[in-house]
Write a protein that binds this ligand. Structure first.
Ligand SMILES: Cc1cc2nc3c(=O)[nH]c(=O)nc-3n(C[C@H](O)[C@H](O)[C@H](O)COP(=O)(O)OP(=O)(O)OC[C@H]3O[C@@H](n4cnc5c(N)ncnc54)[C@H](O)[C@@H]3O)c2cc1C
Length: 386
């Protein structure tokens, strides 16, 4: 049986970063053929690896303060410094988002760093089971059994099963009797009820600036019409805060108060939609039968049309699901985890990093930053456990 100081389950963002952050001999195991698959396609192939400003308020979790230690221990500038030393090009975009020129540069950097820090790679290897016997973990894989003093669960959430996501981490959490916060797809589109589908279908592929809200959370960005409903940067963050049965409100004209806009032009015989600053047929489709020549429109018509444009409300039928969700919200309850070391409080030697934890960042590089910060803290503890 192979014996290691540490076995890291998952060669994704947090597993690779953890492996490269301490030099003790270790193995990293992944059922994918290549490491860092999700990182490689993240940020549309450019990897939004962090954000210039990262605070606990950028994360959603049952324990609001849990992430503070890790975010203070490993900051965006720390990752930037590593990239600069490695000569990897990056750029800052709107809202402080930090992108690589090419996501593959980040993958190569993570893999190289791990290899130079005494890491053996076991790829195309599924981890089937983990048991703890006295002070050792017995890790059963599709390629044999490994014994390790420490195990890092870096096996991510349920999003994008095609890229290797699995429920393995949650299975192990339950086996060790850790509390799990219910998981759900997040940072994804929202599907509309049947009666609104025709509108979305007619506008598939079109996008417009919109203000989208749920509860106290509002985002003003581009909204994209899809076959199932709405997506795009204005909708993805809303999905993080939306819970089933809650209303979502859309202001399709965030810069215009539609009623006064119509009144200013009341004498024209042009249809309402032709006077609105939408591109293509968006205005006409959104207004549908409400779209009348302004001079014929009654006060009620104008009020109805304005409400439709400035305060469109609906209850989503659901989210676009794990196949399209950038992240999984929920996960292992952080109250089970030491916030400085990421060790499971009641299972010494077992660590959890990244998306598997109930810590979910908003859109803009926060989830990868969480992967780095949580992995860094884990590695700092493992360095000391020799
Ligand atoms: C399309 C897409 C784009 C994204 N873009 C961004 C972005 O630009 N910026 C950002 O901040 N976040 C982005 N994210 C989110 C970010 O990629 C994740 O939050 C991050 O990768 C989580 O890191 P992790 O280490 O927890 O898990 P992962 O990176 O998902 O790694 C988990 C690994 O565990 C492996 N695994 C699972 N089960 C087993 C098993 N039983 N045996 C062996 N191996 C197993 C998986 O194959 C996988 O490689 C994106 C996500 C997606 C899906």
């Amino acid at each position: 049986m192979l014996t290691y100081h540490t076995a890291i389950i998952g060669a994704g963002a947090s597993g690779l970063f953890c492996a490269g952050s301490f030099a003790t001999p270790k193995i990293i195991i992944d059922h994918n053929k290549i490491p860092g698959v999700k990182v490689g396609i993240s940020g549309g192939g450019k990897c939004n690896f962090s954000n210039i400003s990262v605070t606990a308020a950028d994360y959603q979790s049952q324990s609001k303060h849990f992430c503070k230690n890790a975010l203070a221990a490993f900051k965006p500038q720390d990752f930037i410094t590593l990239l600069e030393r490695a000569g990897i090009a990056y750029e800052q975009r709107a809202h402080g988002q930090l992108f690589a020129k090419n996501a593959q540069d980040i993958v190569q950097f993570l893999v190289y760093r791990a290899k130079t820090q005494n890491t053996d790679f076991a790829l195309k290897t599924e981890v089937l089971d983990i048991q703890k016997k006295d002070e050792e973990f017995i890790v059963r894989t599709s390629a044999g059994t490994i014994q390790a003093r420490h195990v890092v669960l870096a096996c991510g959430g349920l999003s994008y099963p095609a890229l290797g996501a699995s429920s393995f981490g949650i299975k192990i959490a339950r086996q060790f009797e850790l509390n799990v916060i219910e998981q759900r797809p997040a940072l994804c589109g929202l599907s509309v009820p049947k009666e609104l589908r025709p509108i979305c279908k007619m506008l598939v592929g079109n996008s417009t600036l919109a203000q989208v809200s749920t509860g106290k959370h509002t985002f003003t960005e581009q909204l994209l019409f899809t076959h199932e409903g709405f997506s795009g940067p204005a909708v993805l963050p809303v999905s993080l805060f939306w819970s089933e049965g809650e209303k979502v409100r859309i202001n399709f004209l965030p810069d215009i108060e539609a009623l006064s806009w119509f009144y200013k032009q009341k004498n024209t015989s042009k249809k309402m939609s032709t006077l609105l600053p939408f591109t293509g047929k968006i205005g006409a489709v959104l207004l549908g039968q409400l779209d009348k020549p302004l001079s014929n429109a009654t006060k009620t018509d104008l009020e109805q049309a304005s409400r439709h444009l400035n305060a469109f409300e609906f209850i989503p039928a659901g989210t676009a699901g794990y196949t399209k969700a950038e992240v999984t919200a929920g996960g292992i309850d952080t109250r089970e985890i030491n916030p400085s070391t990421f060790e499971v409080k009641k299972v010494s030697g077992l660590f959890v990093t990244g998306e598997l934890l109930d810590v979910t960042g908003r859109l803009g590089g926060y989830n990868l930053h969480w992967a780095w910060s949580s992995a860094y803290c884990t590695a700092q503890k493992l360095i000391k456990k020799i």
